[in-house]
Design a protein around this ligand. Structure first.
Ligand code: HEM
Length: 183
């Protein structure tokens, strides 16, 4: 639950007009970065658990992943509510016209499919397919890196740091990823 406190604080500040000159931009940035940070943390858990042989850490992956999805959902809701005022036609135009929104939406759909299938009963039913689907998180992390990179207008240092972190986390899984391409 603690991971939701910053989100609560954000909306309290936003609705009491205590954010900066552009509160819409602030909430979109905060939730976007929050979602990305949590996703990267979820991808850091397995390598750390393996290296230090702390298997119990693996149980935390689902929760951190779900937190990431929740932040991403708020990110989308903020965009829908404050940028396009729930005008769905305009929203679909944005998905088509702006590549960074296209890839953001694709990433969100992947995260949604992972969140839904993380329910234990569904996970059991899916058997081996579950792991295959969940490997989609690697694609999601690449799409989000691209989304972040394309969304900024000038200062590319921060997105580049994030891209580097994403590539690093994927490089730790290079053997697994190579195996897919060989098949
Ligand atoms: C569902 C579709 C999505 C929409 C419509 C959307 C929309 C946006 C918008 C409007 C911005 C701000 C661009 C600007 O500064 O002008 C943004 C930035 C960002 N988004 Fe998204 N996004 C989506 C999905 C995602 C997802 C799934 C993630 C991560 C899990 C994400 C992470 C980010 C990050 C990290 C930023 C940069 C924040 C910053 O500049 O500090 N977005 N997004």
């Amino acid at each position: 639950m603690m991971a939701f406190l910053p989100l609560l604080a954000l909306y309290l500040l936003a609705f009491t007009e205590q954010l900066g000159a552009d509160p819409v931009e602030d909430v979109i940035h905060f939730t976007g970065i929050g979602a990305f940070n949590l996703l990267l943390i979820s991808l850091l858990i397995t390598p750390i658990a393996k290296k230090y042989r702390q298997g119990y850490l693996l149980q935390t992956r689902r929760l951190v992943g779900l937190y990431s999805f929740t932040y991403a959902l708020f990110h989308l809701l903020n965009f829908l509510a404050f940028e396009v005022q729930f005008d769905l036609a305009l929203f679909f135009d944005e998905i088509i016209d702006r590549p960074y929104i296209t890839v953001g939406m694709a990433a969100l759909i992947i995260l949604l499919s992972l969140a839904v299938t993380s329910i234990t009963a569904i996970r059991r039913k899916m058997g081996k397919k579950w792991q295959k689907l969940h490997n989609g998180v690697y694609l999601a992390v690449l799409l989000i890196s691209l989304h972040f990179f394309w969304s900024v207008k000038s200062d590319i240092v921060e997105p580049l740091i994030y891209v580097a972190m994403a590539v690093f986390l994927l490089s730790l899984r290079k053997d697994k990823i190579k195996r897919w391409f060989k098949r």
